[in-house]
Design a protein around this ligand. Structure first.
Ligand code: AMP
Ligand code: ZN
Ligand code: FE
Ligand code: FE
Length: 286
């Protein structure tokens, strides 16, 4: 049985491994397909494609974009995107600027609260220009304000916590048009993070299907396996295809092993086949 992973992060966003290291690990584990889906950036995709080719692995270029949504978090995956698409690059540039402004505002909150962080430079937290809340959490760990990244989120940085500041993200319509303009196929990531009831999930999936979202990531390690089966059924009832991913970030999230998803299930290549068929399907050209 071929094993794949359709949701991974590299150091181009907040993952631990560079795109090349990620592909080397995938090769070592015997995976046949990896989709790289960094947050708000396509900066790792060229290196990923090259490294995947060298290892004889299929690389599906992707992105994960946060969408304006309440009460929870709405992450939209875009697969099969052209990393050179001008509207996509323009959107990632704007998202990067919004992220930078949000980070500066959070650092100001840290300073106002009297946290002694001045010996650590924010630029040392990441190998790339991308800085996210996980890096800011590491800053608090290094300064010994908290013991772990998770504690930093639970006490300070998570949604609703004192140092949470909303960053401006894309409205769904705009994210969809950017992904489609780049030739990509949109998929809802880890739907339980939306933090709405089951019946509301059903309403949203139907609405989003009508808006052009074609797939649903039913299998994600943060959900129980049984919950994922329910999501799979909801997707199928609406004619959406189903994907599965690990949301691999490296050591920082050891529960998400590469190639594994909810219930520690090895991700079968049937999920890759469904995605690739959607990528070549005329609906993707809409
Ligand atoms: P950002 O895009 O900079 O706001 O950071 C979002 C990332 O922070 C997510 O992709 C998660 O990796 C992480 N994150 C968000 N909320 C939490 C939380 N409550 N606990 C742990 N990690 C979180
Ligand atoms: Zn992340
Ligand atoms: Fe996500
Ligand atoms: Fe992710």
């Amino acid at each position: 049985m071929a094993q794949v992973d359709l949701h991974t992060h590299s150091s181009a966003s907040d993952g631990e491994l560079s795109p090349s290291e990620l592909m080397a690990l995938a090769h070592k584990l015997g995976l046949s397909t990896i989709a790289l889906t960094d947050h708000d950036t396509v900066a790792g995709l060229a290196e990923a494609a090259q490294a995947a080719h060298a290892h004889g692995i299929e690389c599906i270029p992707g992105i994960e974009i946060e969408i304006d949504f309440e009460p929870g978090e709405f992450h939209l995956l875009g697969y099969g995107i052209d990393p050179q698409s001008a509207p996509l690059l323009d959107a990632t540039q704007r998202l990067g600027n919004a992220r930078h402004e949000r980070n500066e505002a959070i650092l100001e909150l840290f300073a106002n609260a009297g946290f002694q962080l001045d010996t650590i430079k924010i630029s040392e937290l990441s190998r790339e220009s991308y800085i996210g809340r996980p890096h800011l959490a590491d800053l608090l760990v290094k300064a010994r304000c908290v013991r772990t990244r998770q504690e930093a989120f639970d006490r300070y940085l998570g949604k609703g916590r004192p140092f949470y500041i909303k960053k401006s993200c894309l409205p769904l319509e705009e994210a969809l048009s950017v992904i489609k303009a780049a030739g990509g196929v949109p998929v809802v990531a880890h739907p339980y993070s939306l933090f709405v009831s089951k019946s509301m999930l059903g309403t949203l999936f139907s609405r989003w299907k009508d808006m052009g979202i074609e797939g649903l990531e039913a299998y994600h390690p943060t959900a129980k396996f049984g919950q994922c089966v329910i999501l799979e059924r909801m997707a199928r009832e609406r004619g959406m295809f189903v994907t599965a991913g690990s949301d691999f970030h490296g050591k920082a999230r050891p529960e998400c092993g590469l190639g594994r998803t909810a219930g520690n299930m090895a991700i079968d290549s049937c999920y890759r086949d469904a995605l690739v068929s959607a990528l070549s399907h005329p609906a993707a050209q809409k």
